[in-house]
Design a protein around this ligand. Structure first.
Ligand code: HGY
Ligand code: MN
Ligand code: MN
Length: 421
């Protein structure tokens, strides 16, 4: 095989383009994501890999010369995207894995290895990040996952069934996790760390803890023309004031990031005072207790602002991932093996963050000259993409020859929510 990473990504460049803002919208189990899954399956099969889709919908492409899939050095990432996302977030890791496998085959590197494609990493359709890897590790129950709904009111169970999966079989996959002696995810860097360091490839030190909450503000729907200003209970006004308050509270907390990227008024008519407004909150901080306290403060502020406007507010947690520190010995080994590749943190979540609680895990980053992500301006230059794939091949070869014996502790994951008083 003489594929290049850039060449592979060119093959899918027209799949799932977002007409609204450019970039890509490839929600899990959409036609676009299914087309990408078929693209991957075709490339894996042409390389003689044993391609299987498991009961959670994760695709595994195996190189198992001994016939056994145990003790595998695994790499992988995702193909789903955020709405209007970049071309590299997810697919760069998958394309780099295919090229890395070509290089390992050309070098005659033995041992069992696999590429995994996890579904719903972005949580853009069903609200919970890394749904596929959380199901595999038991970090979310199948009951909760299957009941999640998209904006059309379809459950994950319905959508998965339409995609040929059996919802009754979904759930933890301890055998798959036990087979993995190491997991290394390559991902486009979602920041300017490598640009500023002048290096094409880096090794991850940590993933910032992050969560998502839905704040529902209830008011009184009414007519925009016949309702006097003094008679209104307008949840949209409370939401607007809340969004500014979220920014101010996060600014006042060093190291915190808080974002409202999504707002849904009901019914959303120009001449209609909304009855309710749902606001989705993304909060992140290196210290999980600070994340919790900041969310609590935002919840209190939401309740006060709602009361000011004659409304009420409820806060519900939808997804939560604690800060992950990758094993220092493993990342130091990789960094040394990759020419003293720089080590840097990421503010973005990844399937590697979920697996790190179960499997010796590491991440590689490939330089992004714009530093922008979750937007069409995300970029990775061809030469850097090739450098990333070569680094991934070297890392997998190292871990296959001398597997890490990293102790892993179960990651914590909470679900559910708490209504505001
Ligand atoms: O949201 C994140 O941090 C990741 O891109 N899913
Ligand atoms: Mn990603
Ligand atoms: Mn992403």
């Amino acid at each position: 095989m003489t594929d290049t990473v850039a060449g592979l990504l060119d093959e899918i460049a027209d799949i799932g383009r977002d007409p609204a803002r450019g970039g890509y919208s490839r929600p899990v189990h959409s036609d676009a994501e299914h087309t990408l899954r078929e693209w991957f399956r075709g490339h894996a099969a042409r390389r003689g890999l044993d391609v299987r889709t498991d009961h959670n919908g994760t695709i595994w492409a195996w190189h198992a010369p001994s016939g056994s899939r145990d003790g595998a050095a695994v790499t992988g990432s995702h193909l789903d995207s955020v709405p209007g996302g970049g071309a590299y977030d997810g697919p760069l890791g998958i394309a780099s894995a295919l090229v890395a496998f070509d290089q390992l085959a050309a070098r005659g590197v033995g041992g069992t290895r696999a590429i995994a494609v996890f579904g719903e990493e972005e949580g853009s359709r069903f609200g919970v990040a890394c749904l596929g890897s959380r199901l595999a590790t038991g970090a979310i129950t199948p009951e909760r996952a299957l009941a999640l709904k998209d904006t059309d009111g379809l459950t994950y169970a319905e959508v998965a069934a339409r995609s040929g999966l059996d919802p009754e079989r979904m759930g933890p996959d301890p055998d798959a996790i036990a087979r993995m002696k190491a997991f290394v995810e390559l991902h486009v860097e979602q920041g300017r760390g490598l640009v500023d360091l002048g290096r094409p490839v880096g090794v991850a030190t940590s993933i910032l803890g992050h969560g998502r909450w839905r704040i529902s503000i209830q008011g009184e729907g009414n007519h925009a023309g016949t309702t006097l200003m003094a008679d209104r209970r307008d949840p949209m006004v409370a939401a607007g004031r809340l969004i500014a308050a979220v920014r101010d509270l996060a600014r006042a907390e060093p190291g915190a990031r808080a974002t409202v990227g999504r707002l849904q008024p009901v019914p959303g008519g120009t001449n209609v005072i909304a009855s309710t407004v749902d606001v989705w909150l993304d909060v992140r901080h290196p210290d999980d207790t600070v994340t919790a306290s900041l969310v609590a403060r935002i919840g209190e502020e939401a309740a006060e602002l709602a009361t000011d406007e004659g409304c009420t507010a409820t806060l519900t947690e939808e997804s939560l991932s604690g800060t992950v520190d990758f094993d220092a010995a493993l990342r130091d080994r990789l960094s040394a093996h990759l020419g003293d590749a720089p080590q840097l943190p990421t503010g973005a979540g990844h399937d590697a963050g979920v697996l790190a609680g179960r499997v010796p895990t590491a991440m590689l980053f490939t330089r992004n000259p714009t530093g922008v992500s979750h937007a069409p301006e995300e970029l990775c230059e061809d030469a850097d993409a090739e450098a990333g794939a070569a680094a991934l091949a070297d890392g997998l070869e190292l871990l296959a020859a001398d597997p890490p014996t990293v102790p892993t502790a179960p990651d914590t994951d909470t679900t559910g929510g708490c209504p505001l008083v």
